[in-house]
Design a binder for this molecule. Structure first.
Ligand code: BGC
Length: 378
């Protein structure tokens, strides 16, 4: 009898220990706080998403902006790895799309014009003579409606309706962007849209990364799984050619630091971009396969960022136009090349380039793309 009692007690204790060691499937709460007000009085919020590993993102409903994003270094230390501002006021003064959702059409459309089914549409020429990133009030400046999804892998669902004719684009567009923070330190971004008239669409996220916190990103080591890129004219509109990267400063098939060839102005394309500001072709078939397209490693912190996407291309931009005039977080003035962007997307100026994979969205079609930014350290 006594033996049985002991046995039960031991079994009970063992079960207790086993239960305590089992990782808990914790529901990760999403906090909401005020991020200030727009000049017209509209409230702006900031949402905090965390996972159990320790990654934390602060995302605003203004522009869907990722304001901060922490990732672990090789010692497990989580630090902010994106450029941004401490206050809404600074974002409102005008920033080059830090962390924002970009649409309806990310990147450039030549001369702010395109034709669709025989009808010409005119957009704002907000980048020299070209249209850039959705116009004067693109998706980066909208207040999005937010639904929070708490769970082991918390998510924010941001939605908006873009009216027919908004910024010159045809069709009433319903858009939903989901930011989901995964357990493995990935952020999965799903973009969805539908329209009531034929239109064009090219959504992306415009986060500027700096994996070390150093003044520039020149020593970051980059691999881009893209054997071709799109050369551009002086106004950064693709010429239409798909050029092999082999033998040029654009070859990142094997790792190279950002800084190694960035000032090689004997290459006209480097000259036109003021460094890297070009679209690399990932998937010419544009068959929406999720592919691992880029890896960036920063040697001092050991941080690694991998990018996966269903998009056919990515704009690799090395912050060439940053010039120290913006009040960044913690009083830092972001200088030239203090951050880099990997904006997954369709090719720039596709609405005017019939040979490029189509960016047309028709009624009864669904626009669906996915991009994942995954962090680790070594
Ligand atoms: C463009 C750059 C531009 C930056 C900020 C990037 O996507 O390629 O040319 O300066 O966005 O607008």
């Amino acid at each position: 009898m006594k033996k049985n009692v002991w046995l039960i007690a031991i079994l009970g204790a063992l079960t207790l220990v086993a239960c305590q060691n089992k990782p808990k499937n914790q529901i990760m709460k999403i906090e909401k706080q005020s991020f200030g007000k727009l000049p017209d009085g509209q409230e702006v919020s900031l949402y905090t998403l965390k996972n159990q590993a320790g990654m934390e993102l602060k995302i605003s409903d203004y522009g869907g902006i990722i304001v901060s994003w922490t990732a672990p270094d090789k010692n497990g230390k989580y630090e902010d790895i994106v450029l941004g501002c401490d206050s809404l006021e600074t974002y409102l003064k005008g920033v080059p799309y830090f962390g924002a959702i970009v649409g309806r059409y990310g990147n450039r459309i030549a001369n702010g014009k395109f034709s669709l089914n025989g009808q010409e549409f005119t957009l704002a020429q907000n980048n020299g003579k070209n249209a850039l990133h959705g116009g004067l009030k693109g998706f980066d400046k909208k207040i999005w409606s937010v639904t929070t999804v708490e769970g082991e892998e918390p998510a924010l669902k941001l939605s908006t309706t873009s009216a027919d004719g908004e910024e010159g684009y045809p069709g009433k567009l319903e858009v939903m962007v989901t930011y989901k923070l995964l357990k493995d330190n990935s952020l999965k971004i799903d973009y969805q849209a539908s329209t009531d008239k034929p239109t064009v669409i090219n959504l992306t996220n415009h986060s500027y990364f700096n994996l070390s916190g150093a003044a520039d990103v020149l020593s970051h080591e980059v691999v881009l799984n893209a054997p071709k890129y799109l050369p551009v004219d002086e106004t950064l509109i693709p010429t239409g050619e798909l050029r092999e990267v082999k033998g040029t400063p654009f070859d990142f098939m094997e790792k190279h630091t950002i800084g190694e060839r960035i000032n090689d102005t004997t290459d006209t394309q480097i000259k036109f971009g003021g460094g890297y500001d070009h679209c690399w072709v990932i998937n010419e078939k544009a068959d929406k396969k999720l592919l691992s397209v880029a890896t960036v490693y920063e040697p001092t912190s050991g941080r690694v960022m991998e990018v996966l996407t269903t998009e056919p291309a990515m704009q690799f931009y090395t912050g060439n136009f940053l010039n120290g005039t913006i009040d960044g977080k913690k009083g830092v003035k972001y200088g030239k090349r203090s951050g880099f962007c990997i904006e997954t997307q369709h090719y720039p100026d596709s609405p005017n380039k019939p040979a490029f994979p189509s960016t047309v969205l028709n009624p009864n079609e669904k626009y669906e793309t996915t991009t994942i930014y995954k962090f680790s350290a070594k």
